[in-house]
Design a protein around this ligand. Structure first.
Ligand SMILES: *[C@@H]1O[C@H](CO)[C@@H](O)[C@H](O)[C@H]1NC(C)=O
Ligand SMILES: *[C@@H]1O[C@H](CO)[C@@H](O)[C@H](O)[C@H]1NC(C)=O
Ligand SMILES: *[C@@H]1O[C@H](CO)[C@@H](O)[C@H](O)[C@H]1NC(C)=O
Length: 217
């Protein structure tokens, strides 16, 4: 006999299994916002800050909502600098921080909400939030991107050194493996030679013995 507790968890498990089955049958789990976790931008250049989303529903411009916000750190308040308006589409808001430097660079038909930020300043470093709501999808999507502004690209030397080291280590390994294979082949050859020599010797011995035996008869 099973206890009531076991029965209850059995029921919950069945419920969850049914829900998963329904979700997989509908072929659609939920909204998901896809962003890079981190972007490094060079001071003074234009950087694209990507944000795309997946949803079970086609975007409906009457109910769709989205906005971009900026915050210097997680503890700071969020400053909205771009939003979606019915009829007007994606509109940068007046912002002291960004001025005219923010532009919509995505494509609503492709669920692409990316923006570009031009003439990147050191002060632009911080957290960029991409919020999306695509009813009847009930989940609010939220992508978080950490933008780092650098004054110099990391010296390419590092990567060439890494590549050189990688190549030489790889080359050395390949040589080592090749030489091992060659040595093994040579050894096998020699062994075979030895074996056949031994065989010949043995056969010769047998012949000699046979001759000797015959001679004694
Ligand atoms: C950032 O770039 C601007 C113009 O490209 C330059 O004047 C400024 O000195 C740079 N700042 C730093 C800290 O490198
Ligand atoms: C920003 O967008 C999210 C998601 O659509 C929405 O919930 C939130 O209310 C918006 N914020 C503002 C200030 O409009
Ligand atoms: C955010 O606030 C918490 C406590 O209020 C503090 O411990 C933390 O250091 C703060 N983080 C930043 C990045 O300022």
């Amino acid at each position: 006999m099973s206890s009531p507790v076991q029965e209850r968890s059995g029921g919950a498990q069945l419920g969850r299994a049914l829900l998963l089955l329904l979700l997989s049958l509908s072929g659609c789990a939920s909204m998901e916002v896809i962003v890079p976790n981190q972007i490094d931008a060079l001071n003074g250049t234009t950087v694209k800050i990507p944000c795309t989303f997946t949803s079970c529903y086609k975007m409906d411009e009457l109910t769709f909502q989205m906005n971009w916000t900026y915050q210097e750190t997680r503890n700071d308040t969020e400053e909205m600098f771009l939003t979606y308006y019915r009829k007007r589409g994606m509109v940068p808001l007046r912002s002291e921080r960004f001025g005219e430097r923010v532009m919509f660079a995505g494509n609503l038909v492709k669920n692409d909400l990316s923006i570009t930020l031009s003439d990147v300043q050191l002060d632009d470093e911080g957290i960029y939030n991409c919020y999306v709501k695509n009813p009847p999808d009930r989940i609010q999507g939220h992508g978080i991107i950490q933008l780092n502004v650098v004054t110099e690209l990391p010296p390419p030397r590092d990567s060439t050194i890494a590549v050189a080291i990688g190549a030489s280590v790889g080359g050395a390994l390949a040589l080592l493996i090749l030489s091992m294979v060659v040595v093994k082949c040579l050894r096998r050859h020699r062994k075979q030679d030895l074996i056949s020599e031994e065989k010949m010797e043995e056969e010769g011995k047998l012949d000699a013995e046979a001759v000797a035996e015959e001679g004694t008869k």
